[in-house]
Design a protein around this ligand. Sequence first.
Ligand SMILES: Cc1cc2nc3c(=O)[nH]c(=O)nc-3n(C[C@H](O)[C@H](O)[C@H](O)COP(=O)(O)OP(=O)(O)OC[C@H]3O[C@@H](n4cnc5c(N)ncnc54)[C@H](O)[C@@H]3O)c2cc1C
Length: 400
Amino acid sequence: MTSIDIEVGLSDEDNEVRATAHKFAEEVLRPAGTALDRLTDPADVIAADSPLWDCLKQYYELGFGALMLDAEMEPIAKARLCCIVNEELAWGDVGLAITCGLSNFHQPWVQQAGDLALIERFCDADNATIGCWALTEPDHGSDTVTFTEKHFSDPAIKANCVASKDGDSYVIQGQKAAWVSNGTIADIAVLFCTLDQSQGFKGGGVFLVPLDLPGVGRPNPLDKMGQRSLNQGEIFFDGVRVPESHMVLGPELYSIGLETMLSHGNGGMAQLFVGVARAAYDHALAYAKERVQGGVPIIEHQSVKSRLFKMFSKVEAARALARRVATYNAVNMPQIAHCIAAKTFVTNSAFEVASDALQIYGGNGLSREYPIEKLLRDARASMIEDGCNELLSIIGAGRL
Ligand SMILES: Cc1cc2nc3c(=O)[nH]c(=O)nc-3n(C[C@H](O)[C@H](O)[C@H](O)COP(=O)(O)OP(=O)(O)OC[C@H]3O[C@@H](n4cnc5c(N)ncnc54)[C@H](O)[C@@H]3O)c2cc1C
C-alpha cells in the first residue's frame, strides 16, 4: 500500500489536482529528472534542448504556479493542497520540483517592494519569469543563516557581497556562492546581502536584482552529487546598480525577514522531501514483492517486512508533521522551531528511508540501472540545503 490515502476531507477537486500532479510527476518529471541526473556536464541541464524547459512550461500550463500564488483560496485548504502537490511533484523528481516551485519565489517580494515597473515585468502571469534566492556566499554558508548566534552580528566577519548607498541607488559588489538554486537560469534574484558592515550579517538588506543588469556575471553551473536536475550556479555582482525602490528590507528588519524566509523555506522543504521518502518506500515495497530469495518474495522474510513497516511509519510521521506546520503557517506568523523540526525530521527521514530502500534492493540498490541510488543522493543533499540540519537545530533550540 502506498502511504498516501488517509487524509480526511479532501474535496473532489483536491483529488483531481492530486491526480494531475501525480500524472505529471510520473510521466514528465520522473523521466526528465532521471535523464538530467545522468548528464555529465551541468551546463547541459539548462541547454536549449534540455527537458527542463518543457517541465517548467507544463508546470505553469497545469496551473501549479497559479495555485502556489493564489491569494483567493481559503488559506488552510490551499496549504493542504500545496502540500499534496509538492509531495507528488517531488515523488517524481525533487530537483525539478524545486526548480518549478522556486521559479515564482520572487513574486511576493516584488509585490512587497511595490515598484510598478518591476511588478509589470516580473509578476505577469502571461510571461512567466524565473526567480532565485541568493543568500549563501563562497566564504559564508551557515554564517549567513544562523541569525540567533553571536557571530551573526560580528563586524570582524566580512561578507563577500555588499550593497552600498550611492545617491538614490544602491551599488552591489561581490559574489554569491554556486549554491544558488535556479541561479543559472533566473531572470531576477532576491538577494540577501550585507548593507551595514558595522553590524556584521545582522546589517543585511534584501534587494531585487534583475539578472540582465550590467555587471552581473554567471560563469559556472555547479556540478554536484545529488539533485543534479536542480540547476545551481554562482552569481557575481561587479558594481551592479539598482534604484532605491529595489530594496525590500533594510538592516532594521533584516533578521526578522531572514527568520520568516527560513521558516517558510524549511516548511516547504519538509513538504517536498515527504515525496522523496515516499518514492523510496514505494520502490522498495514493489521490489520486495518481486524479488525472490530463499524461494519466496523477500517481503516474506521477517526482517525485510519489519524494515518496510518502519519506512512506512517514517513516511506517515514525516507527512503529518509537514502538513501540520504548513497549515499553521497558512494563518499565523510561522514558528521557526516547528518549521525547522519539520525540515530536519523529514529530510533525515527521507535519507534513512532511501538508505533502507537501498538495503532492500541489495546490490541492485547500488546500480544506476535502478532508481534508489539517485533518491539516496537527492535526499542526502537535503540535509545541507536551506541550512545544515545541525545548524538549523541550533537556531530552533534558540527558540525553545
Ligand atoms: C541542494 C542545495 C540547494 C541550495 N540552494 C540554495 C539557494 O537556493 N540559495 C542559497 O543562497 N543557498 C542555497 N544552498 C546553500 C545552503 O544553504 C548552504 O550549503 C548551507 O547553509 C550550508 O553552508 P555551507 O555549505 O557553506 O557549509 P558550512 O557553513 O561551511 O558548514 C560546514 C560544516 O560546518 C558546520 N558548521 C558551520 N558553522 C557552524 C557553527 N557555527 N557551529 C557548529 N557547526 C558549524 C556545519 O554544520 C557543516 O557541517 C543550497 C544548498 C544545497 C545543498
